[in-house]
Design a protein around this ligand. Structure first.
Ligand SMILES: [Zn+2]
Ligand SMILES: [Zn+2]
Length: 263
C-alpha cells in the first residue's frame, strides 16, 4: 500500500529540523510520497531544493493569501521561473482567506489571479486555499477568463453543498485530519459525496493532527494513515482499495511520476 501526502509544509521550522527521521516514520506508515507546499518566496525556494534532494518528493510553489500584502509585481516572474522546475508539480497554495485577513481582500484577489495566470500558462494544476471565502473563491475561478488547468480545494472543511459545487465545476477536493474531528459532521457529509477519483488526502502538517492524536504535537506525514483509515471506513471500502484509488487520483492530478522504492 502507498499513500501520498499531497499537501505538507516540510520546510517549516517544526518539521525541517528532523525531516529525514520524519520521512522514515512516514514510509513506515505507508505514506511514501509527498508534495511539500510553499507559501512565500523563501519557502518556495526551499521546497524546490528539498524536493530535488529527496526521492518521491515534489513541490508546489505559490503565495499564500496571508502573504499577499507583501507581493510586489516582480515576485511573479520569479515564481513562474521556479514553477518551471521539473520537481514542481503545481502552483499554490493560493486563494482567499477571510478568516484572518492578514492581507486585504483586493491584494488577496490580485495575487490569486496572478498565480492562476501562471498555472494556466504553464499548464500546472492549482492548489487552492479557501477559508471563509468559498463563494468569492469560486467567483474568481469562474470569472478569471483563463483556460484553467486542474484545481483542488485543499484542506476542505466546507459542507456537502459546497463540495458538490466544486465537483460540478470539475475540481477536486482534498481532506485533512479535520474530517476525523468529533465536531466535523458536516465535513464528513461532504466526504461521503466526493467520489474517490476526485478525492485526495493531505496532512497540511505541521498543522491539524488527526484523531486520535489531536493536539498532541506537530502533525507529520506519518499521521495521515489515521485520516486514510477513517475515510476508507466512512466510504465502506478496504484501506488497500482506498489507498490504491486515491493514490492514482493524486498521481494523475499532479502528473506525479510513479513512486520509486527506497534503496
Ligand atoms: Zn492552506
Ligand atoms: Zn498549507
Amino acid at each position: 500500500m502507498e499513500l501520498i501526502d499531497t499537501h505538507c509544509h516540510l520546510t517549516f521550522k517544526q518539521l525541517i529540523e528532523n525531516v529525514d527521521a520524519l520521512l522514515q516514520r512516514s514510509r513506515e506508515a505507508n505514506v511514501t510520497g509527498w508534495l511539500t507546499v510553499g507559501t512565500d518566496p523563501e519557502h518556495n525556494q526551499r521546497c524546490v531544493e528539498l524536493a530535488q534532494s529527496r526521492k518521491n518528493m515534489y513541490a508546489a510553489v505559490g503565495i499564500h493569501p496571508h502573504e499577499a500584502k507583501d507581493a510586489a509585481t516582480s515576485i511573479f516572474e520569479d515564481l513562474k521561473t521556479l514553477a518551471k522546475n521539473n520537481k514542481v508539480l503545481a502552483v499554490g497554495e493560493t486563494g482567499l482567506d477571510f478568516h484572518y485577513e492578514h492581507s486585504n481582500v483586493s491584494d488577496q484577489k490580485r495575487v490569486f489571479l496572478e498565480q492562476l495566470k501562471i498555472a494556466a500558462e504553464l499548464d500546472k494544476p492549482v492548489v487552492i486555499h479557501s477559508r471563509e471565502a468559498f463563494n468569492e473563491t469560486m467567483d474568481v475561478l469562474d470569472n478569471c477568463g483563463l483556460d484553467l488547468p486542474d484545481v483542488v480545494f485543499h484542506c476542505f472543511t466546507g459542507s456537502a453543498e459546497e463540495a458538490k459545487k466544486i465537483l460540478d465545476a470539475g475540481f477536486f477536493v482534498s481532506f485533512t485530519g479535520v474530517v476525523t474531528f468529533k465536531n466535523a459532521q458536516s465535513v464528513r457529509e461532504a466526504a461521503k459525496i466526493v467520489p474517490l477519483d476526485r478525492l485526495m488526502l493531505e496532512t497540511d502538517c505541521p498543522y491539524i493532527c488527526p484523531e486520535p492524536l489531536r493536539n498532541k504535537r506537530p502533525n507529520e506525514p506519518a499521521f495521515m494513515i489515521h485520516t486514510a483509515n477513517f475515510l476508507a471506513n466512512l466510504k465502506n471500502v478496504s484501506i488497500d482499495e482506498f489507498a490504491q484509488i486515491v493514490t492514482d487520483t493524486s498521481r494523475n492530478f499532479f502528473a506525479m511520476p510513479e513512486l520509486v522504492s527506497e534503496p
